[in-house]
Design a protein around this ligand. Sequence first.
Ligand code: PMP
Length: 415
Amino acid sequence: MNAKPEPAVLPLDVERIRADFPLLSRTVHGKPLIYFDNANTGQKPLSVIEAVDRHYRGHNANVARAVHQLGEEATSAYEGARDAIARFINASSRDEVILTSGTTQSINLVAYSYALPKLKAGDAIVTTVMEHHANIVPWQLVAERTGATVKAAPIDANGELILEEYFKLLTPEVKLACVTHVSNVLGTVNPVREIARECRKRGIPLLVDGSQAAPHRPIDVQALGCDFYAITGHKMLAPTGTGALWAKREHLMAMPPFFGGGEMIREVRFSGTVFADPPHRFEAGTPNIAGFAGVKAAIDYLGGIGFERINAYEQDLLAYATTALESVPGVRIFGRAKDKEPVISFLIEGAHANDMATLLDLQGVAVRSGHHCAHPLMQFFGVPATLRASLAFYNTKAEVDGFIEAIGRVRKLLL
Ligand code: PMP
């Protein structure tokens, strides 16, 4: 008799996981909360909340300045987060990890510290139509100052990057190529390894916006083969105001600092200042120490479940939610990529996205409406706004059912 094969990984126990997230059990407008705005920011497990609380109750001091016990404890929490992030993204060295306030700061650091000194009139930076404004506007700002241009690779109707077009844009004038790992609007996963390979062939460094990838899939910056990788803590269970930039050491060593101030110098004289080595060269001022204590706890929490399990659960939930949403009359779903994270952008014919989101909120359902900081993508689809349901591993099929029922009630009110 053949024994039933064991599943490769034990399925995720969502009810146990939900119990770790205090906010998920609250009500909104008298209804149980259905939180489907995870691409905007994620909810926090108790272990993260407690790590922040513990820091302020027992260890609060500034980092890298005091020799006293508390100063050492705060420094070790902060530097411990750097170690945890380095392992999380498989950096070859912790010194390649700069702690920032999030992806926006990480990308701006590359724009001002790496790109600006290199760019001259006629140069170009390549990005894509599906980017968040954080991976467009910093490039426009440095391009304007230098006479360089920003070029955007197109996508197809499914919301997939047209790779041949991206590669065609990689001409000798290009000083930096950029791409999002996962689209915050469409969920599309871009083939970063392949893009990095083509960039390397042409000697063009590649920056990857990993803000929406890090909550869903294991990141290995060495295997990806990119030059810069930006992440945001608050989308991966950690506190707001935390994030990181990973960059190859050779780039960091050649980059001048972006912010000047305390903690980023070796010696200051009015005749000239000698900067500290990376990563501290890029970390002027007092950082979000308590937040980074939370980052370490968030990474431990994700590691405790494991991305294999998270991914299997989220893909099943995405398929379930997509099928359920397709049954709603007049629905239009944006983004049908083959490889997709659990983000669904949609519109219901005849209903404005903001009206829908406001009425869904009254039913306890939190979804985002608007342009999602991706104007060029909205222009591509010819719509001013979409609704976006973005799921996490703590969401359930019962919540998807509740969401679909709420849409049914809202449709009746609006149409
Ligand atoms: N890039 C992408 C793809 C995002 O989704 C976001 C957040 N919406 C950002 C960048 C900016 O992240 P943060 O505001 O946390 O810096």
